[in-house]
Design a protein around this ligand. Structure first.
Ligand code: FAD
Length: 492
């Protein structure tokens, strides 16, 4: 089939009935649920963009083998040009949501592509798993499917391994093996956008310990598989708020969910790892699924940071405070943050690495540096918007106030900005800023940037340990050599 349109994606959503729970109620019609409707249309827009003649050739490619056109997210990069083409896809899609939707289809499409192009890894354990992975990649590529993933165990007792949790199968695991598959029970988190996706893929961050065998699994299923329950977090908006009052929250809410598997059957051909601790722990580091999707996260994160920086600058300008040195230094700091991330991305792409299989990956060090820096730079950007907008962020009237004949003159007079900025312009801008920096919606966006790719603290610790393994700090050796006399003896 090749690339889908937005209408085809929506058709898919309408054709399914996943078990979705929202605020204590079972959702019977996902498409017509207020909270999901707009996000569904935002995702549909992405599929339409890839069919738009302006972008089509840039962000999709024609596969010589099948004669079909696929998204660049499904292409295994073999050259620098392939990486750049993929980067363009990430950028165009991220711009369409201002980087505010993190788990757009490209993220997991790249992840599965990376797993499938490194099946040498699964081959070592079981060639069937490897074959399943390749077939699954082809299936989601050919049908252009949208996946969610849940790779974290629920946050119960983090000081204990999966098999040590108070109750058996709190963490997802295999309860029964059958000739044609496995039955799984337990929970996994944190599946962003799950209710409006086509499929779910389950794998794990490394961390399984001896005794965790039954939990060490990886597989994929249709999102409406019987027994799979999706428990949504409390929505950040009700889906009915006006676009004028909540220009971002009303459009880009990415629902997050806990997945509960109530004795769910996983057919043999959808199993990628079955009860193998070593394979489950090494899948992440060995198959490039840290590095390749981090390319998408880096590009998307850059757009989001750039958006926040622009909002801060426009807020400052609109009320005439960007001539003050303290405001200028905050805005300057933000612009430099954006430039730093942009530069890191370019280095990651330019200094790409080629695997022994000939797959090209953006360089790991600069990508991981982005992952380390964004959890600090993005919250700082939000703090700067809060500081510059100050009390005005809380003072905006509503769209209904503008429309009321008795109030109209007041709201048009008392909410104007600097000369040339009308009341409505200023209020709209401040509402946009408040969605980003004040609303629960904005707080989730911040939490996303901190945690979307795991705990940033432990990542940073691992980054240093890895750096030390590969670097011997030769400059210090060189400097120490200088403190020796001409015969090479240490000087005192
Ligand atoms: C908005 C959002 C969207 C997300 N979307 C997805 C998604 O689509 N799919 C998905 O699979 N995941 C998703 N994630 C989950 C994300 O992967 C996890 O939040 C992340 O891995 C951190 O795990 P945790 O939240 O369970 O925190 P925990 O691991 O429980 O950490 C809690 C605290 O304890 C500390 N801590 C815990 N264990 C240790 C330890 N061993 N050593 C030292 N300190 C420790 C941490 O530093 C942290 O301060 C999302 C997260 C967020 C916030």
């Amino acid at each position: 089939m090749g690339i889908r349109t937005g209408a085809q994606y929506i058709e898919g959503v309408k054709s399914r009935q996943p078990e979705v729970w929202l605020g204590g109620r079972k959702v019977t019609d996902v498409y017509n649920e207020d909270v999901f409707r707009q996000p569904i249309h935002e995702i549909a827009n992405l599929y339409d963009i890839q069919n738009d003649p302006t972008y089509k050739d840039e962000i999709t490619y024609l596969c010589e083998e099948s004669g079909e056109r696929y998204s660049h997210a499904f292409k295994v990069p073999k050259t620098y040009e392939d990486l750049k083409a993929r980067s363009k896809l990430f950028e165009i899609w991220a711009r369409a949501t201002f980087g505010l939707m993190g788990r757009t289809p490209d993220f997991l499409n790249v992840t599965v592509t990376s797993m499938a192009s490194n099946t040498w890894f699964l081959d070592q354990y079981n060639p069937e798993w490897s074959k399943n992975m390749i077939n699954y990649y082809e299936y989601i590529r050919d049908h252009d499917l949208f996946l969610t993933h849940a790779i974290i165990n629920p946050q119960n007792d983090r000081s204990k391994a999966s098999h040590e949790q108070e109750e058996d199968f709190t963490h997802l695991g295999v309860v029964e093996e059958r000739p044609d598959g496995i039955i799984v029970r337990g929970a996994k988190m944190l599946a962003t956008l799950a209710p409006i996706t086509d499929e779910v893929i389950i794998y794990s961050f490394p961390g399984f310990q001896p005794g965790d065998e039954k939990h060490a699994i990886a597989f994929a299923l249709p999102i409406d598989t019987p027994g799979l329950r999706i428990i949504c977090r409390e929505p950040m908006q009700d889906g009915k708020r006006s676009v004028f009052d909540h220009p971002l929250a009303s459009r880009y809410e990415e629902m997050d969910a806990l997945l509960v598997f109530n004795d769910v059957f996983v057919p043999s051909d959808r199993i990628f790892i079955n009860q193998n601790i070593e394979a489950a722990n090494l899948l992440y580091p060995k198959t490039g699924i840290g590095q390749q999707p981090a390319h998408q996260s880096g590009v998307r994160g850059l757009i989001k940071l750039q958006f926040a920086a622009e909002v801060a600058a426009r807020v400052a300008d609109s009320i005439g405070v960007d001539g003050y040195l303290n405001v200028q230094t905050q805005l300057g700091e933000l612009m430099q943050s954006v430039e730093a991330i942009r530069a890191l991305l370019r280095v990651a792409e330019y200094e790409y690495e080629t695997t022994s299989q000939g797959e090209v990956r953006p360089a790991g060090l600069p990508l991981e540096t982005i992952r380390g820096m964004l959890p600090k730079l993005y919250p700082r950007a939000i703090e700067i918007i809060q500081t510059i907008g100050a009390g005005g962020l809380l003072m905006s009237p509503t769209g209904a106030d503008f429309e009321h004949p008795e109030l109209r003159a007041d709201v048009e007079k008392y909410y104007v900005g600097r000369e040339g900025i009308s009341s409505q312009d200023r209020v709209q801008l401040f509402k946009l800023a408040w969605d980003l920096c004040g609303e629960a919606f904005g707080q989730r966006l911040l939490q996303y940037e901190r945690y979307y790719s795991g705990d940033p603290l432990r990542r940073l610790g691992r980054f240093y340990a890895g750096f030390k393994r590969q670097n011997s700090f030769p400059l210090v050796d060189e400097a120490l050599k200088g403190s020796r006399d001409l015969e090479g003896q240490p000087t005192i």
